[in-house]
Design a protein around this ligand. Structure first.
Ligand SMILES: Cc1cc2nc3c(=O)[nH]c(=O)nc-3n(C[C@H](O)[C@H](O)[C@H](O)COP(=O)(O)OP(=O)(O)OC[C@H]3O[C@@H](n4cnc5c(N)ncnc54)[C@H](O)[C@@H]3O)c2cc1C
Length: 408
């Protein structure tokens, strides 16, 4: 059975890995000219760690983890107001592991085996008939597949082509995130420094093996309409929102226009009544993005891909049954994790609320910002840990190809 996967991110690579092991023939089409390496750091937690072990990549992921030594919280003058361990700051407990997104993708790709990869291409059209799909690529002409998996992220191309415009499914959280590389002029060694207010966070970190540091901004701006394709406008928005913040912010903003990489996006969730239409199905951020505010986007993308491939194998490729079961298994887990994103976005925006709680939080943030930030982080760690473990991975090992050694 030929399965086309759009997107070589954590979800797409994981789906391809398992599909191949169940005897399917996956092809991945990735828009970027090569695997996207580098990027921001992400956490893999809870049930997703068990999945990494099943895939035989857990040790490689742990060996490549960011090894963050600690986090320092500062005030506007740069005075240290609190220190936390790297794991506490990143909401990590037990074996939770932090890794740069691109490094994780590289590890997944190295373990992929024989899978056709079409880089630098994208799907233009998907036609469906009762027994196949006809896919028109920008560069690779027209080809037939039995199923198409959209694993192409928050702004999914497959979702737009098959299900409709993004705006129908996007739950905007009223927040923006920006990450870019800066010279490591503070000589940080696996350290993070953060300035936080309710509604405005600025941070700089250096992770293991990165000669540069990363500047990171997260801010609430429900009234701003920032064009996600216009870097100049985004930079102007950052200057406006961060005006008057001391610490290193003016310097980070000064470096901003020369940054070689640039990530700027709205923090949003994807909320869809169904994740499949005929022979096309979505997984990961494309189907159910929980937003970076949840801290769980990668874990639920990995697990969703495992479940989707497993259900296709369990149904012997009968896609209607497989897609229905994929949703049954994943929906409650996704909802628990999306709730995390909603909760932390609400907290970030609480400074705008004209309520007693909003007022109180603002005052506490002003008087004891270090303690407050630590309290907020610890509270959400409990919630994240619970949601990260809110699924029991099904065992699909009986469906592995007989000549495949099982790692279960
Ligand atoms: C700042 C930040 C911090 C984050 N922190 C965390 C965290 O701590 N923990 C966590 O679990 N998650 C975190 N996330 C979220 C996490 O990165 C995503 O949820 C996760 O990567 C989703 O994986 P995915 O494979 O579904 O999509 P993506 O990682 O978005 O991958 C999609 C792939 O599809 C490709 N693509 C896009 N369009 C096309 C097209 N038209 N044709 C072909 N290919 C296409 C892209 O190039 C990409 O390779 C964070 C995200 C950000 C931005």
């Amino acid at each position: 059975m030929r399965v086309l996967i759009s997107g070589a991110g954590p979800a797409g690579l994981t789906a391809a890995y398992w599909l191949r092991r169940y005897g399917f023939s996956p092809t991945i089409v990735e828009r970027a000219p090569s695997l996207l390496v580098g990027g921001y750091k992400i956490d893999v937690r809870g049930a997703a760690l068990q999945l990494l072990r099943h895939m035989g990549v857990h040790d490689a992921v742990v060996a490549a983890h960011t090894d963050m030594q600690g986090a320092v919280l500062v005030d506007k003058e740069g005075k240290v107001i609190n220190r936390m361990s790297g794991d506490d700051f990143g909401h990590r407990v037990g074996g939770d592991v932090e890794i740069v997104r691109g490094t994780l993708c590289q590890i997944l790709r190295d373990h992929l085996g024989e899978v056709e990869l079409l880089f630098g291409d994208t799907i233009q059209r998907i036609g469906q008939s009762s027994n196949s799909t006809e896919v028109q690529f920008t560069k690779h002409g027209v080809r037939e597949f039995d199923c198409v998996i959209g694993a192409d992220g928050l702004h999914s191309n497959v979702r737009r082509i098959v299900f409709g415009e993004e705006s129908r499914f996007l739950r905007d959280l009223g927040l923006y995130l920006c990450v870019y590389s800066v010279p490591n002029y503070l000589k940080l060694d696996r350290m993070e420094i953060q300035y936080s207010e309710l509604g405005r966070i600025a941070a700089i970190w250096s992770s293991r093996g990165d000669a540069n540091a990363k500047a990171c901004f997260g801010f609430a701006a429900p009234s701003l309409r920032i064009d996600l394709r216009d870097r100049v406008q985004q930079q102007q928005a950052l200057r406006t929102v961060y005006e008057g913040i001391g610490w290193e912010v003016p310097r980070l903003l000064e470096i901003m226009p020369t940054a070689s990489d640039w990530y700027f996006d709205t923090a949003a969730q994807i909320d869809m009544p169904r994740w499949s239409e005929g022979r096309v199905v979505l997984v990961g951020d494309a189907a159910y993005c929980a937003s970076p505010m949840s801290g769980q986007g990668t874990s639920i993308a990995l697990i969703g891909a495992y479940v989707l491939a497993g259900e296709l194998a369990a149904a012997s490729g009968a896609h209607p049954r497989a897609f229905a079961e994929f949703e049954n298994v994943m929906r409650p887990f996704v909802e628990a994790n999306q709730a995390l994103g909603l909760k932390s976005a609400k907290l970030m925006r609480s400074g705008e609320r004209k309520s007693v709680v909003g007022w109180l939080l603002k005052q506490l943030m002003r008087i004891v910002p270090g303690r407050m930030t630590e309290w907020i982080i610890n509270r959400s760690t409990e919630r994240i840990t619970q949601a990260a473990n809110a699924i029991r991975l099904k065992d699909y090992s009986p469906f592995l190809r007989s000549n495949e050694a099982t790692t279960h």
